[in-house]
Design a protein around this ligand. Structure first.
Ligand SMILES: [Fe+2]
Ligand SMILES: [Fe+2]
Length: 189
């Protein structure tokens, strides 16, 4: 293979990684909006206490994530996907209102499930950022992934002993007990 052929391959690989990074950041940017809106409803639906205070703090952290992801999109000469913004605003509104009617368990369970997806999202984004030599993104992406992991553990711990957990795992598939186990194992490393 000639030098120019290998340069062509690496530049097209970088172009693909750049597109994938922009896409994942656009999804995350709007996802953070839905999370922020849902948590704003969630903590307001709870009685005063540790759970309410923690979810209020998590809401603030999601706002900071959205701002950070927005700055990354600007640096990539990109912006939000407007269709996704509209969709996630609608989902966030439904989730926020739903927290007042769906009881204690489901908002906690689905918040944990959502956080579980977010942890991987920022790690995958970090991989693409590294491919296109945007290593300045990495500390913040890894930090956000760590924060999502803490959120995931919080919501997992909340529902761990609830009687509705077993049927929820059967129906929706996500098992918070595995999350708690993996955090325990990571702490031993
Ligand atoms: Fe977040
Ligand atoms: Fe989160």
């Amino acid at each position: 293979m000639t030098e120019s052929q290998s340069q062509q391959i690496s530049s097209s690989a970088e172009e693909i990684a750049r597109h994938k990074l922009i896409h994942i950041l656009q999804m995350a940017y709007s996802g953070e909006k839905a999370a922020t809106m849902a948590y704003a409803g969630h903590w307001r639906s709870l009685k005063a206490g540790t759970e309410r205070d923690t979810i209020k703090r998590i809401e603030k952290e999601e706002i900071e994530h959205r701002q950070a992801v927005g700055r990354m999109l600007v640096m990539l000469n990109a912006g939000p996907a407007w269709w996704r913004e509209i969709l996630m605003s609608a989902i966030g509104t439904v989730a926020a209102v739903g927290c007042f009617f769906s009881g204690w368990f489901f908002p906690m369970y689905f918040a944990g499930k959502l956080e579980n997806d977010n942890v991987r999202e920022y790690d995958v984004a970090a991989g693409y950022a590294h491919t296109i030599k945007l290593d300045e993104f990495l500390p913040q992406l890894h930090e956000m992934s760590r924060t999502e992991s803490e959120h995931e553990l919080f919501f997992s711990s909340c529902v761990a002993n609830h009687w509705m957990l077993k049927p929820a795992i059967k129906i929706f598939g996500w098992d918070p007990l595995l999350v708690i186990e993996s955090h325990k194992l990571a702490a031993l490393d």
